[in-house]
Ligand binder design. Structure first.
Ligand code: PEP
Length: 254
């Protein structure tokens, strides 16, 4: 039996105004109030972080940033730093999401600097890795994922990282409605845990939570969470509706 508490995080991406975020989170807070044995969190757009921190005060729902820039401050128009996220009450930050990699050209070297900035400022990184459809078809999944991991963690290797969260998100499954099967996901999760064992030591690897992300919904969540190395989910579309997100959180608690 794994001792890792499942962790479900809702990535709201560029959805929800401040008012919509307030409404959704107020409902979500009530909906997951009595769910035990699972950790959960939300990553709202930056403008809504402050309001969300107020709503979450005293709850067990974690607040996450969707990104950061790896300098504390400076002339970096449009960017947000780790200390800024900390100051608003965030405890986690999503880094290396495939939309950042593919739409905004983030490479592993930049992501490594972001991971270091997060760790230095005591924000827990949720490091996303995953292969495209073409890479999967070319049998490159393992090479892609392990390269993203070793490069993404290059600047923090050796530091105690038991809090690190890794999200395995096959790009072909994100926002497509086409989830990986539990077997496909478990296969990659087990490889990731083995690889983390080589990189960070077996004790860290056994504690690190590896989320699955890619079209997780209330009706496929339980079968994914039944796999031994799937420690929860990073949820996009289905996290926007408080009832469906709460149903996924409940599926992880069972
Ligand atoms: C994501 O963006 O991290 C994600 C997994 O999205 P979706 O659940 O919509 O596939």
């Amino acid at each position: 039996m794994s001792e890792r508490t499942p962790f479900i995080v809702g990535n709201w991406k560029m959805y929800k105004t401040v008012m919509e975020a307030r409404e959704a989170l107020t409902l979500l807070r009530v909906a997951v109030r009595d769910v035990n044995g699972v950790d959960c969190g939300v990553a709202p757009p930056f403008p809504a972080l402050d309001v969300c921190a107020d709503i979450l005060a005293g709850s067990h729902i974690a607040l996450a940033g969707q990104n950061l820039y790896p300098e504390d401050e400076g002339a970096f128009t449009g960017e947000v730093s780790a200390p800024m996220l900390k100051a608003v009450g965030a405890t986690h930050v999503i880094l290396g999401h495939s939309e950042r990699r593919h739409l905004f050209g983030e490479d592993d070297a930049l992501i490594a600097r972001k991971v270091k900035a997060a760790v230095d400022r005591e924000l827990v990184p949720i490091l996303c890795v995953g292969e495209t459809q073409e890479q999967r078809e070319a049998d490159e999944t393992v090479a892609v994922v392990t390269t993203q991991l070793s490069r993404g963690l290059a600047e923090v290797k050796g530091a105690g990282l038991p809090n690190l969260v890794v999200a395995y998100e096959p790009v072909w499954a994100i926002g497509t409605g086409l989830s990986a099967t539990p077997g496909q996901a478990q296969h990659v999760h087990a490889l990731i845990r083995d690889f983390l064992g080589d990189l960070l030591g077996p004790t860290n690897a056994a504690q690190i939570r590896i989320q699955y992300g890619g079209s997780v919904k209330p009706d496929n969540a339980a079968e994914l969470f039944a796999e031994p190395d799937i420690d929860g989910a990073l949820v996009g579309g289905a996290s926007l509706d408080p009832d469906s997100f709460a149903a996924i959180v409940e599926a992880a608690a069972r």
